[in-house]
Ligand binder design. Structure first.
Ligand SMILES: *Cc1c(COP(=O)(O)O)cnc(C)c1O
Length: 424
């Protein structure tokens, strides 16, 4: 059977051991959702856990902090234990708290210790801007000029980074390195283990932004000896818009003082002594600041259960099959339409999405939406398509490519302006 046929996609779906999870999600009728790397879909379990936590507020009022099925006071720790296998850490090395950017602020405030000529922070020019804004402002708080002290590793091709270029930037004047695990545009997976080893050989602290890998790509943060990491839980982890994020601090750094302190970073036994002197928790909980966002964390209870059940390795395996199939179809079906597949081809270097570059990308995305495929436009000319292991099918991939073909063949994209919307 030819792999460009619908029957072939259906056969792959029949063989898919994770196929049954699709029904656990709310997928709008006739919509092909390819944007789970920006905002994962709502699952029925996540919905149920929100209602459970809401009900504990209804039932217990203030006593919900200590009573009910999931006492709020310990809720971040409950979720951290469930999340730990996704990053390859011990449960007390991670904490569900804050947001990506706020957690980055916390971790830079905690681990950036400029000394003598070691004042620089290495990042990369392809990273998500919010990370770079946070690093710049942290440098400014130390009285440093960001232009001079934020060292951005350049990309040779505009899409990917070379590990050797990053290692070359690890000079004696560098105090800290912050890099993504998976690049948000091209979906390139960086070699975290190699980069961490190189940084440590040069006495540099290194941390990673896991926004685009958590829930999609396995991590071994402990084994790789990463110093810290942070992430959001609304992309592949399906925690809902603005879901509480997470952070990891390697246990070798336990006992340090959080750069940004607040009472929820306290040793829990002592927190309600309400002393004027803070006694930080002995683990990653110390990096919490204020009262946990219980209702924005609640969906994670249901969602992470699914990850526990399926396991991240099975998710990665299916994810790679989906993106592999998508690349094959793009080449076979869209060959004449000048799309460039700008994500890395090899499995070890490919994250959970496909990145297509086309000069008409903005309006191709608008046409896709009108034809019920939800893509993600990334300025200036990128189309991200994320077939997600837990809820997308091989048939979704097949249909997406067919619809793209129709849009190109009939030049349907020309009906729209080649300009991004406010949120894109
Ligand atoms: C999604 C994403 C963010 C978003 O930050 P928030 O604080 O959650 O808004 C930051 N950095 C990267 C790399 C991302 O992919």
């Amino acid at each position: 059977m030819k792999n460009t046929m619908l029957e072939y996609a259906k056969k792959l779906d029949d063989q898919d051991a994770l196929g049954m999870y699709r029904d656990e999600f709310y997928i709008q009728r006739n919509i092909i959702y390819m944007d789970g790397n920006s905002l994962g879909l709502l699952s029925k379990r996540a919905e149920k856990s929100v209602l459970t936590l809401l009900d504990s507020w209804k039932q217990y009022g203030i006593d919900g902090w200590t009573q009910g099925e999931h006492p709020w006071f310990y809720f971040p720790e409950t979720l951290s234990e469930m999340c730990a296998p996704l990053v390859g850490a011990l449960k007390d090395e991670i904490i569900i708290t804050g947001s990506t950017t706020a957690n980055l602020h916390q971790l830079v405030a905690s681990f950036y210790r400029p000394e003598g000529v070691r004042t620089k922070i290495v990042a990369d020019e392809l990273n998500f801007p919010s990370d770079l804004y946070a690093i710049s402002s942290q440098l400014a708080l130390h009285g440093f000029d960001a232009e001079e002290n934020m060292k951005l590793v350049k990309s040779r091709d505009g899409f990917t980074l070379q590990e050797e270029d990053i290692i070359k930037a690890m000079t004696d004047d560098v105090a800290l390195i912050v890099l993504p695990s998976v690049l948000y545009r091209s979906g390139q997976v960086l070699d975290i283990e190699m980069l961490t080893k190189a940084a440590h050989e040069r006495n540099i602290i290194i941390g990673f932004d896991l926004c685009h890998s958590i829930g999609s790509v396995p991590h071994e943060l402990d084994k790789w000896d990463v110093d810290f990491a942070f992430w959001c839980n609304y992309k592949h982890v399906n925690g809902g818009p603005g879901a509480t994020g997470g952070l990891y601090v390697n246990r070798k750094h336990f006992g340090g003082k959080p750069g940004l302190a607040g009472w929820f970073g306290s040793d829990k036994e002592k927190q309600f002594d309400l002393s004027t002197h803070m006694i930080p928790a002995a683990d990653a909980s110390a990096y919490q600041i204020g009262t946990p966002n219980i209702l924005s964390s609640a969906p994670l209870l249901g969602s992470l259960k699914m990850f526990e059940e399926v396991g991240i390795d099975a998710i990665r395996e299916k994810s790679l099959k989906l993106t592999d199939y998508m690349m094959t179809l793009i080449e076979l079906v869209l060959g004449e339409y000048n799309f460039v597949i700008a994500n890395p081809r090899e499995s070890v270097k490919r994250g959970g999405h496909i990145f297509l570059v086309h000069e008409e990308a903005a309006r191709i995305c608008k046409a896709l939406k009108v034809h019920q495929v939800i893509p993600d436009f990334r300025s200036p000319n990128g189309i991200r398509l994320a077939p997600v292991a837990l809820y997308n099918s091989f048939e979704d991939v097949w249909k997406t490519v067919q619809i793209l073909k129709m849009i190109m063949e009939e030049e349907l994209y020309k009906k729209y302006e080649n300009k991004r919307d406010v949120v894109a």
